[in-house]
Design a protein around this ligand. Sequence first.
Ligand code: HEC
Ligand code: HEC
Ligand code: HEC
Ligand code: HEC
Length: 207
Amino acid sequence: MRSRIPFKILGLSLILFLTSCKGRKKEYHNIIDKIKAHSVENSRDGIEEQSLYSLNDLVAIDENDIHFYIKKRKGSIKSYACSECHNKPVEQLQKEGLGKKAHWDIVINHADTKTMKCTSCHNGEDMNNLNSITGDPIDFDHSYKLCGQCHIKQQKDWIGGAHGKNISGWKSARVSKLCVECHNPHQPQIKNRWPSRYNTVMVEERK
Ligand code: HEC
Ligand code: HEC
Ligand code: HEC
Ligand code: HEC
């Protein structure tokens, strides 16, 4: 009789053990398990369901084993495609235009004028693409590569997600703003702004 009691206790604890966690659904051993079970992998797979954007509007970026997206850019550039007018050399266009400036609104204020001319970034022979320092074409959708030639540190931070901004939902794969969505390439400095402040005049008027 006596020797059976420990067996009963053992059997009971075995049943308790088996039914404790695994038997029932939606219960977790600890908070880490729960987070893991509920989290969506931050990878390419979730993008369509999780993101505010559709894959058709995005360009996939793979740099240093880091994967994220940017929005397609060309559709947002007013005078794209450039080749609609730039189907002949710029000199010829200038002559035909009788000295009238087509891009009068574009003024360069980026580094000094010896470093930066239109041809530092655009190539008259191939206006539909940007132009690298070595004269290679860079797609307008990948203009970060143009900036990254000189701004290596900012580009590295941007790829890592530290410089710039994520514009997709927090659960989905990252969609980053391109450099040119924040910095005008022709005048890249961010303008100073007055801090917004509480309108004390309105409070006076309400009295
Ligand atoms: C509506 C016609 C038109 C379109 C579209 C157009 N251009 Fe031009 N562009 C001209 C003309 C005309 C000139 C020559 C007169 C001048 O220099 O402003 C010119 C000149 C230029 C020059 C030389 C400016 C200089 O001062 O040496 C650059 C660089 C240029 N265009 C870039 C572009 C790029 C990049 C695009 C596309 C994103 C584009 N253009 C789209 C008409 C156009
Ligand atoms: C530092 C590189 C750089 C220089 C220098 C530069 N551009 Fe650009 N330019 C760009 C980039 C990048 C874009 C595309 C911007 C975007 O995606 O909105 C662009 C866009 C343009 C566009 C299309 C703008 C629009 O909204 O339609 C025109 C036109 C243009 N550039 C002309 C010029 C002319 C003319 C000069 C010289 C006076 C010049 N650029 C100098 C980098 C440069
Ligand atoms: C050929 C080299 C070169 C390229 C390409 C280039 N930059 Fe620059 N950029 C410079 C230099 C040089 C300065 C001036 C640095 C300084 O004053 O310390 C500068 C300054 C800047 C600044 C700081 C402006 C300020 O005064 O606060 C920003 C922002 C910037 N660039 C963004 C860009 C972006 C965006 C692109 C791509 C469209 C780009 N740059 C492409 C060379 C380049
Ligand atoms: C979401 C907007 C945003 C994006 C995207 C962005 N920047 Fe900036 N960037 C800023 C702001 C804001 C500053 C700080 C400006 C200031 O302090 O006056 C800055 C500063 C800079 C400076 C000046 C030096 C510094 O670090 O203060 C450079 C150069 C620069 N950015 C280059 C780039 C390049 C290259 C890219 C793309 C690879 C990029 N930025 C993308 C917003 C942005």
